[in-house]
Ligand binder design. Structure first.
Ligand SMILES: Cc1cc2nc3c(=O)[nH]c(=O)nc-3n(C[C@H](O)[C@H](O)[C@H](O)COP(=O)(O)OP(=O)(O)OC[C@H]3O[C@@H](n4cnc5c(N)ncnc54)[C@H](O)[C@@H]3O)c2cc1C
Length: 464
């Protein structure tokens, strides 16, 4: 599926998770590949997403660890947190990873073009830095997305997004965060753990829409107990900068909150503005995402799109998986649809959430009978530490087949557990097979294989 009359067999726009994987794999197959990146290699995940966020999560967890240490006999001396040091160390690590990304692309034999690229036709791409136009047989759009800047909010220009949160000059003593998705919730916990006074404002009834209701509720309670102020069913109506440089965050309910920073985390928009999609015959949906078929093909037959720009499931491993499937489709004569079934995911809040498969509410709609196995307990570490937080584990089981269709964990290391639970749920294991697995003692995870009786059953969606 190549035509030698073009400059490249494959041109990839965007050096993030999806783009880098597609470029590397194609180059390793001997294809003539170029990849254009307008900012930094590694994309959102490495430069201003998953990786810097997780490093900051680790930083923010120390405050509780210091508190917990006393119960185990430790006396921790004077504690001092240096924001500038954290940011500098984090930046050094990101730079290292960026270098690895670049080197891997080069080693595979793809040409790196540090420039913005725009489509000018179905086979033509303009490199905006030089103004040069190049041609390619196949093109992959992997430009990702960016934080929604909320243009409708008066004073939105005063607000930061997750991008700026990674580079603030100082830790804000007080921050208001708008949003209730995982990014808003994670940053609320990061800033709180580092010592900021945090208010989370979310227009919905409960934070973390789409997650299991039980778990959402537990996390909400735990965050409030820590001192994070959560305002659901409210929103920002205006942000005003005061003469002293601080901000007033006006809530729809009429209250005014003083803050050193106001952060918007209200979803992400595809990076398709001025990308030239129309000129190339690539259709966008009403929200600006690239429309693709099951094989990631756009409305232009030789142009494909992977990752966040398609608004399918906006996670790094999903973007990578879509790129791998695309390479099979394009160059292995093996049309391959990405598989979105049973994707494990985590919220790196404190405590964490780890989840895979159906929530209780989703299972209630999908199956006539559902058995719920639920255990809420104090993890052993919280006994001597005196921390009141409990851990919640929940298995959602199809009552007819006894297949475990969902597993949800709230508590320390829930993300790590969800990855392993993902194997079991993906494999379609039954509750009996969970029960037949020997417990590993003493762990919190042993609860997952020792919940012998259902806590309750749902029939036709109703609890019996
Ligand atoms: C704060 C935050 C935390 C996150 N945490 C997690 C997490 O814990 N786990 C998880 O799985 N996912 C997480 N994500 C999501 C994850 O980062 C994305 O799903 C993933 O990066 C998508 O990869 P992508 O290849 O589609 O796009 P991106 O990684 O965004 O890459 C797109 C690249 O294209 C470049 N680009 C854009 N336009 C052009 C152009 N015209 N020409 C040239 N280059 C261009 C951009 O500069 C960028 O480098 C997080 C995201 C954010 C914002």
């Amino acid at each position: 599926m190549t035509d030698g009359s073009y400059d490249y067999d494959l041109f990839v726009i965007g050096g993030g998770s999806g783009g880098v994987r597609a470029a590397r794999r194609a180059a390793m197959l001997g294809k003539r590949v170029a990849i254009a990146e307008e900012y930094r290699f590694g994309g959102t995940c490495v430069i201003r997403g998953c990786v810097p966020k997780k490093l900051m999560v680790y930083a923010s967890q120390f405050s509780e660890s210091f508190e917990d240490a006393a119960g185990f006999g430790w006396s921790v001396g004077e504690r001092k947190f240096d924001w500038a040091q954290l940011i500098a160390n984090k930046d050094r690590e990101i730079e290292r990873l960026e270098g690895i990304y670049r080197a891997n692309v080069e080693k595979a034999g793809a040409q790196i073009l540090m420039s913005r690229a725009e489509l000018v036709g179905p086979h033509e791409i303009r490199l905006t830095d030089s103004g040069r136009t190049v041609t390619a047989d196949q093109i992959v759009i992997a430009v990702g997305g960016r934080a929604n800047p909320h243009p409708g909010l008066p004073g939105a220009e005063h607000c930061i997004t997750s991008n700026e949160a990674f580079h603030l000059k100082r830790l804000p003593p007080a921050i208001v965060i708008l949003g209730g998705g995982y990014i808003a919730v994670e940053f609320a916990n990061i800033f709180h753990g580092l010592g900021s006074q945090v208010t989370l404002v979310y227009r919905g009834k409960e934070i973390l829409q789409g997650f299991d209701d039980d778990i959402r509720h537990e996390l909400h309670q735990a965050m409030v107990a820590k001192g994070i102020d959560i305002r659901c069913e409210d929103t920002l109506s205006e942000v005003i900068q005061k003469p002293d440089g601080r901000f007033e965050a006006h809530l729809a309910c009429g209250e005014i909150l003083d803050a050193d920073e106001v952060m918007l985390a209200i979803g992400r928009k595809a990076n398709t503005e001025n990308l030239g999609c129309e000129a190339a015959g690539v259709t966008l949906d009403s929200r600006g995402a690239v429309v693709v078929d099951a094989y990631s093909r756009t409305s232009a037959p030789n142009i494909w799109a992977v990752g966040d720009v398609t608004h399918r499931l906006q996670l790094t491993p999903v973007a990578i998986h879509e790129a791998m499937c695309l390479i099979r489709t394009l160059y292995h004569d093996d049309p391959t649809e990405p598989d979105y079934d049973t994707v494990p995911t985590a919220v790196f809040s404190q405590p964490e959430i780890g989840t895979v498969g159906l929530t209780e509410a989703q299972a209630a709609k999908a199956f006539a009978n559902v058995d719920i196995y639920r255990a809420s307990f104090k993890p052993m570490k919280n006994t001597l530490s005196g921390r009141q937080e409990r851990m919640l584990m929940k298995l959602v089981v199809d009552g007819s087949t006894q297949r475990v269709v969902g597993a949800h964990v709230f508590g320390p290391d829930a993300g790590e557990l969800a990855q392993v639970l993902g194997v079991a749920v993906k494999a379609g294991l039954t509750k009996d097979q969970f029960d037949a697995t020997m417990a590993l003692h003493p762990t919190a995870a042993e609860e997952l294989v020792t919940m012998y009786e259902p806590s309750y059953r749902l029939e036709g969606g109703d609890r019996v």
